[in-house]
Design a protein around this ligand. Structure first.
Ligand SMILES: Cc1ncc(COP(=O)(O)O)c(C=O)c1O
Length: 394
């Protein structure tokens, strides 16, 4: 075998592209066509909102989560916003949000009139932990928002013991387990994103707010639709000023089909991740697939890999560039850190010391294993990593 690295002009270990995702299948198409047929036959209301598709989708997601109530909305960002707003906190307090999250996972804190406070991650992790959160709690702390980054669960038992209201941001973690319990079912309310890249999708955009508390569910519905008096006695008018975050019937229709495929999707990703994990342990010394807490199970929205940079002659950036050149789809970093962003800095919020996340990001890279991979694809991933490691090992 030619061992010259592709980055140095050698042959690519994996010359053909890895399989891409099949986010939308014939089943989603058939459901959408049937909905259109119904709309053509029965009128425009069929494609409206607050209709039977959304109601069924909410019930199906709640059933997937083991019971409760779910409201379809038009994005994960709005789902976080509504989950937080449903806590009915006095504005002007502090809300603690993990250090790494999508802007849509933290901006709702500000929109709801609170100050974001950022704890560090747990050592070696992109997720925050009870210990890190506890270090930021003051008498102004009103709530905690935790995101299960990449699909890896936060250690929810300890976080719930802090005794503050918790919003779980499950945008990246559909079907993730912690101690056998699905994430999203620990906190007061949970937010899901079903935008097109997520584990299950409702089309280009979409979200869901979940709660086990029926009263909170009706409050969420009110906040999601201009304060309409959902869940209240007849004759009431719009009860609160709010935006329109509704999901429409078309997106709900797509999401329902996609949700049915979710368990198979997660099982396929876990199988591929296990194969890659095993292969790396057998053949590679410096790269390990990150599985998260030992009593958790990731749903692998993407997958973190730890790189023992101290055992290599090159830095992480060069190693990852070399993997790219061999044909792998990898990312050098996941530095979605709000306090480094312009909007946060312009508002004058505090810069927090975050040594753990800085250290974690210096030694991890991301891989994108999809449910469409075969055993051969997993072997090629490991083989390409082994080739690059051999060239760069000290
Ligand atoms: C952790 C997290 N929170 C919130 C969001 C926002 O979701 P959306 O893009 O659907 O608005 C995302 C999006 O990827 C996310 O990853």
């Amino acid at each position: 075998m030619n061992l010259q690295l592709a980055i140095d002009g050698g042959p690519k270990f994996r010359p053909t592209p890895f399989p891409t995702r099949q986010v939308i299948s014939e089943a989603e198409k058939a459901a959408v066509l049937a909905l259109f047929d119904e709309a053509i036959a029965n009128g425009e209301k069929v494609l409206g909102y607050n209709g039977p598709q959304e109601e069924a989708y909410g019930k199906e997601l709640a059933a997937f989560l083991g019971g409760g109530f779910a409201d379809g909305v038009n994005s994960g960002t709005n789902a976080v916003y509504l989950a937080l707003r449903s806590l009915d906190l006095e504005p002007g307090g502090e809300v603690i949000v993990g250090p790494v999250t999508d802007p849509g996972g933290i901006m709702p804190v500000v929109i709801c009139g609170h100050t974001p406070v950022i704890p560090d991650s747990a050592p070696g992790s992109y997720n925050t932990s009870a210990e890190q959160i506890a270090a930021r709690i003051t008498d102004k702390t009103r709530a905690i928002v935790v995101a299960h980054i990449a699909g890896i669960p936060c250690e929810m038992d300890a976080i719930m013991k802090l005794g503050l209201p918790v919003v779980e941001d499950c945008a990246q973690a559909h079907g993730t387990l912690y101690r056998g319990q699905l994430v999203g079912t620990f906190g007061a309310a949970a937010a899901f994103s079903m935008m097109f890249g997520k584990q299950h999708v409702s089309g280009g955009q979409g979200g869901m707010v979940f709660t086990k508390d029926e009263k909170r569910y009706w409050r969420i519905r009110q906040y999601a639709d201009r304060g309409k008096p959902f869940g209240l006695e007849k004759g009431r008018t719009n009860v609160v000023a709010a935006l329109n975050c509704n999901m429409d019937e078309l997106h709900a229709c797509i999401g329902r089909v996609s949700l049915k495929r979710l368990p198979a999707f997660i099982a396929a990703r876990r199988r591929i991740a296990n194969l890659v994990d095993k292969g790396l342990r057998e053949r590679v010394q410096t790269v390990r697939l990150v599985t998260g807490p030992k009593d958790g199970e990731s749903s692998h929205w993407f997958t973190f890999f730890h790189l023992a940079t101290d055992r290599l002659r090159v830095d992480k950036a060069r190693f990852v560039d070399a993997l790219w050149a061999e044909g792998l789809i990898v990312g050098a970093s996941y530095s979605n850190i709000a306090q480094n962003q312009e909007w946060y800095q312009k508002a004058g919020y505090r810069q927090w010391p975050l040594p753990n996340i800085t250290a974690a990001d210096a030694t991890h890279f991301r891989g994108f294993l999809t449910e469409t991979w075969t055993d051969r694809d997993a072997e090629d991933f490991v083989g390409a990593v082994a080739k690059v490691e051999r060239a760069y090992l000290k």
